[in-house]
Design a binder for this molecule. Structure first.
Ligand code: AMP
Length: 282
């Protein structure tokens, strides 16, 4: 497995592969890899002959009071896992290889209005940071296909929309959320949880399941249904930020819809947990 830091080395390697007839799949990450990331890598291996993983903790997507400084960085472990998973190339650029004319960049990408809701309402500027870095990673790697987790449902919709609007010409593949046995979605941020909070954390997934059960039972009082579960989370010690039913596109849901996604963010101790669940009542 090749581990590179410079964009020029990355380009030379990818160009060589292309000339040899290879196809390229990209999995962007911020590192501290868990089985969710590795599932994306396995999917990527099915989709192309070469797999590139990027590890970059993107300063542009962290707010001033967020966890950029303490975000877990475990490069040696990550590289061992990726080599084991059969990855061809890992790009771990320094900040000035991504933002070539200095940080913050003069050029950013904002995908309105979906970027202003849900996550975006609580993390101003977050999705501009995500869309901008994803566009730069796409331009640097120029893959045929890129794999993203449904764990970050809103991010996936934003990337899809950007790719469509800007005619980026890269196929975007979403992959289902990997969970711990108790239902907690795997996340690099789970390690911030105290032992006691880790035991409580699966209640986030349980709240999604309860809303899903309500939808499946025919309830369409979306706001009431979510408020009930949000109150239960609050009573258990969480600070719920949002719990909402939406259409998969993130449009507001209508009673006659056949597909929904339930999305949640809740703070537990000093940890912000997000999760979502797609629901298709029959
Ligand atoms: P991150 O390193 O958190 O930026 O995540 C990198 C990619 O992994 C994103 O596409 C995430 O949506 C995806 N991802 C994170 N957690 C999971 C999970 N539990 N299951 C599947 N994909 C995930």
């Amino acid at each position: 497995m090749n581990t590179l830091h410079l964009a020029s080395e990355l380009r030379a390697t990818v160009d060589r592969w292309r000339a040899a007839g290879d196809t390229i799949a990209l999995v962007p990450t911020m590192g501290n890899l868990h089985d969710g990331h590795l599932a994306l890598v396995a999917k990527a291996r099915e989709l192309a002959t070469r797999v590139v993983v990027t590890i970059f903790v993107n300063p542009l997507q962290f707010g001033p009071n967020e966890d950029f400084g303490r975000y877990p960085r475990t490069l040696a472990d990550d590289l061992a896992k990726l080599a084991e998973a059969g990855v061809d190339l890992v790009w771990t650029p320094p900040v000035d290889e991504v933002y070539v004319n200095g940080f913050p960049p003069a050029t950013t990408i904002t995908v309105s209005p979906i970027a202003d809701q849900l996550e975006g309402a609580f993390r101003p500027g977050f999705f501009t940071g995500v869309a901008t870095v994803v566009a730069i990673l796409f331009a640097s790697v120029r893959p045929d296909v890129a794999v993203f987790g449904e764990k970050d449902w809103q991010q996936l919709q934003i990337v899809r929309r950007m790719v469509e609007d800007l005619r980026v010409g890269i196929q975007i593949v979403g992959y289902p959320t990997e969970r711990a046995a108790d239902g907690l979605a795997l996340s690099s941020r789970n390690q911030y949880l105290s032992e006691a909070d880790r035991r409580l954390a699966p209640k986030v997934h349980a709240a999604l399941q309860a809303v899903a059960a309500g939808l499946t039972a025919g309830r369409r009082d979306f706001a009431v249904l979510c408020a009930e579960q949000s109150a239960l989370l609050a009573a258990a010690g969480f600070k719920p930020q949002y719990l909402e039913v939406r259409a998969p596109s993130l449009a507001q849901p209508a009673a006659g819809d056949r597909d929904f996604v339930v999305l949640v963010a809740a703070v537990l101790g000093s940890t912000r947990l997000i999760d979502n669940l797609a629901v298709r009542p029959v």
